[in-house]
Design a protein around this ligand. Structure first.
Ligand SMILES: C[S@@+](CC[C@H](N)C(=O)[O-])C[C@H]1O[C@@H](n2cnc3c(N)ncnc32)[C@H](O)[C@@H]1O
Length: 206
């Protein structure tokens, strides 16, 4: 794709497709359940257009957020302090947050290992990471189809990967999984994106 078409697609088309897919009732319910854990100093990574904002508990009045692509975010209830940082290099001090929220962002970071170690670094001891993602299928047939489809997704969905195994890497990075589940969902196209990872994980630092 030429750069101009790519920029136009990223600004005008992709957000509409993304918001429709990620705004389904089923996904909204998952957001509500997950965000119930959000309290204290909160960092949301890859905030996009702010799809989570209506679903934070009413006690949340302010969050910090990052995204490499700054879009307009409308929220009357929650103040959003937005920074144009990469997840791989957040430029916040160590141990500055109680909770890191990542919903449908880890699929498109270019370095997942580096992102997880940054999340660890910026979280306080005992801090939580809340994850909602589409990821690697559990059945072999779908894994095969995902492997074939991934390069196309990468190109059309702004660097999105459909076949990442988040829990394996999170455990290897030292996160303690307090709650975790993988289930089929209605994200489209379902064969590739319909495998939903949800986790509440805690970080223990020495
Ligand atoms: C699919 S959108 C998800 C938006 C929102 N979190 C949600 O749940 O609907 C992924 C977002 O992550 C951002 N993103 C991708 N890679 C990133 C990176 N390395 N650092 C920061 N933001 C990134 C993209 O710009 C995009 O806004």
């Amino acid at each position: 794709m030429s750069n101009i078409i790519k920029q136009w697609y990223q600004a005008k088309i992709f957000p509409k497709l993304m918001n429709k897919n990620l705004g389904q009732k089923e996904i909204i319910q998952e957001r509500i359940n997950l965000l119930a854990y959000a309290k204290g100093r909160i960092l949301e990574i890859g905030i996009g257009t702010g799809n989570n904002l209506p679903y934070y508990p009413t006690s949340v009045k302010e969050i910090t957020a990052i995204d490499t692509y700054i879009r307009e975010i409308n929220s009357d209830r929650i103040k959003v302090n937005l920074y144009p940082y990469e997840c791989e290099n957040m430029r916040f001090s160590d141990s500055s947050f109680d909770v890191v929220v990542c919903t449908f962002c880890l699929c498109s970071v270019s370095d997942l290992g580096r992102t997880l170690s940054e999340i660890k670094r910026v979280l306080k001891n005992g801090g939580l990471v809340l994850v909602l993602e589409h990821g690697k299928a559990q059945k072999r047939l779908f894994q095969f189809l995902q492997k074939i489809a991934n390069p196309l997704f990468n190109c059309l969905a702004c660097g999105c990967n459909v076949n990442r195994d988040y829990f394996k890497l999170m455990k290897e990075s030292g996160f303690i999984m307090r709650e975790s589940s993988i289930r089929r969902c209605h994200l489209q196209p379902s064969f590739a994106a319909g495998h939903l990872y949800r986790a509440v994980a805690v970080i223990q630092k020495e």
